[in-house]
Design a protein around this ligand. Structure first.
Ligand code: FPP
Length: 231
């Protein structure tokens, strides 16, 4: 969800007003995802690197997440959305942790759309914590190190049970992965849109899906039509 700061700067406003507008785009994106039949939507709301931002901005992002959960949780629940949070919970303040846990508990049985909020999330951190978990289990004799495979690593990660993403969308014209789902997005298609996140609406979402549907996904194999041609 990149470009909140630039959106605000273009209007001579403080960066925080860009984030506020960004929350409205979040609401729209969740609604659009549901209407478009998407089953899993992961939003990168706060990265483990975002702590390096000025304290005011960090506080503002924390408050916006709290505001979003307090204001929107009941409606998300009504819309049968399941909320799940990925990221390192250990360094989150107790009030945020309690709210996020409440959202997860309340919506646990919902099945229309899974909304995964990546908060205090970093792909390398996710892999590191999974490695630590498996190493501890090995040290306790619960698993044999030589049996560790990709499925075990995937199961030890925050996204355990969630299918790998088919599509990763980044707004604002930047063309980087920035530590987002780096393990899980190994075979994802990437769509980079020039629009800033606060301007991401239903038509931008559809544009990303249009680009996605024109891609030829091979997952390391050979396309079927090439096999048929014997090439
Ligand atoms: C990136 O734009 C955006 C963020 C770091 C924060 C995204 C957070 C929200 C939209 C609000 C809270 C989230 C939820 C799920 C309610 P940037 O600040 O890096 O923009 P810039 O690159 O233009 O400076």
């Amino acid at each position: 969800m990149d470009g909140n700061g630039r959106w605000a700067q273009q209007r001579g406003q403080a960066r925080t007003s860009g984030h506020r507008k960004g929350v409205e785009a979040v609401r729209q994106a969740v609604k659009s995802a549901g209407e478009l039949g998407i089953k899993y939507l992961t939003l990168f709301a706060f990265s483990s690197e975002n702590w390096r931002r000025p304290e005011d901005e960090v506080n503002d992002l924390m408050n916006l997440l709290k505001f979003f959960v307090r204001r929107d949780l009941a409606e998300l629940h009504r819309e049968n959305v399941r909320v799940r949070v990925i990221g390192d919970r250990k360094t989150l303040k107790p009030d945020i942790l309690a709210l996020l846990t409440e959202a997860e508990e309340l919506t646990r049985e919902n099945g229309a759309l899974e909304l995964i909020i990546a908060f205090n999330y970093g792909g390398r951190d996710d892999i590191t914590r999974a490695a630590r978990l498996l190493a501890m289990r090995a040290a306790r004799g619960e698993i044999a190190p030589e049996n560790i495979d990709e499925d075990m690593i995937g199961d030890a990660m925050d996204t355990s049970g969630v299918p790998d993403p088919d599509l990763v969308i980044r707004t604002s014209g930047e063309q980087r992965i920035s530590n987002f789902l780096i393990w899980q997005a190994a075979y994802a298609e990437f769509v980079f849109l020039p629009c800033l996140w606060p301007d991401f609406d239903r038509s931008e979402f559809e544009e990303a899906l249009r680009q996605f549907s024109s891609r030829n996904r091979r997952f390391g194999a050979v396309a079927e039509q090439d096999l048929a041609l014997g090439s």
